[in-house]
Design a protein. Structure first.
Length: 249
């Protein structure tokens, strides 16, 4: 376990898309009560105006690692909370064990984070076809054999961060983590197992020589929370995914 004295306060600059260590904030009292408080806390090393958004401040023992040009997967089990507690426990235990097995057998550099009803996994410096391969192994070797698990999966591509948390476990952060969970949330419907890709993930797959790209179909714009638009693609093959019907509303 890390001690408090070992932690650094860091802040995120959206313009640089990077974290920097906080060297201390000095300001006059009048500035503190000013409506322009953010103008008085100093710029990032590259001169961008700092933000006071609490989500941009973190306390960690070391700077997060940047992963460029990487795939990220989000999966959750639908209607998870509606199942009996024993089924919830069995489902999540099987899912995590399956993912750990797949990672140990060919995805050793994957960064895995279990969630209450699923997982997020980052695949550093790998193309999107590897993310689809991960999903194929998980679904065909494990989930297809368990009829009480239905899933929805999102795949995105770009930049994310990883770090070691206070319990010395690997974790992920960044806008890509937020976006991929929103992409996965578009997959819904009773017992329908969707695999959805973001525009960046779809472009990466279509620009490759990967044969899997023939299974990709553009759906159009889907609106997330606060009506944030995402261009979404559906992936359906003989072994994973399902047909997607856009709502008329």
């Amino acid at each position: 376990m890390f001690e408090t004295k070992d932690l650094m306060q860091m802040y995120y600059c959206p313009e640089c898309k990077d974290f920097f260590e906080e060297k201390g904030i000095v300001m006059e009292f009048n500035s503190y009560v000013s409506a322009t408080l953010s103008n008085n806390i100093g710029d990032c090393p590259n001169g961008h105006l700092r933000s006071l958004d609490k989500e941009y401040l973190i306390y960690l023992p070391e700077k997060p690692i940047k992963h460029f040009n990487s795939s990220i997967i989000s999966l959750d089990m639908k209607k998870f909370s509606e199942k009996k507690q024993i089924f919830q426990f069995n489902n999540i235990s099987i899912l995590h064990a399956a993912c750990m097995g797949i990672i140990s057998e060919g995805f050793e550099n994957a960064i895995y984070k279990g969630t209450g009803d699923g997982f997020i996994v980052g695949l550093p410096s790998l193309d999107v076809s590897k993310a689809i391969e991960f999903c194929e192994l998980l679904i065909n070797n494990y989930l297809i054999k368990i009829d009480f698990i239905s899933y929805r999966i999102g795949i995105d591509y770009g930049l994310f961060f990883s770090y070691t948390d206070l319990n010395e476990r690997k974790d992920l952060m960044g806008q890509l983590v937020i976006d991929v969970t929103r992409i996965s949330n578009f997959g819904d419907g009773k017992d329908i197992n969707h695999v959805l890709l973001s525009e960046n993930a779809a472009v990466n797959l279509n620009d490759s020589d990967e044969l899997r790209k023939v299974n990709l179909k553009e759906l159009g714009i889907c609106l997330a929370k606060h009506r944030i638009p995402y261009k979404v693609y559906n992936y359906q093959s003989d072994s994973i995914g399902a047909e997607y019907k856009l709502s008329k509303s």
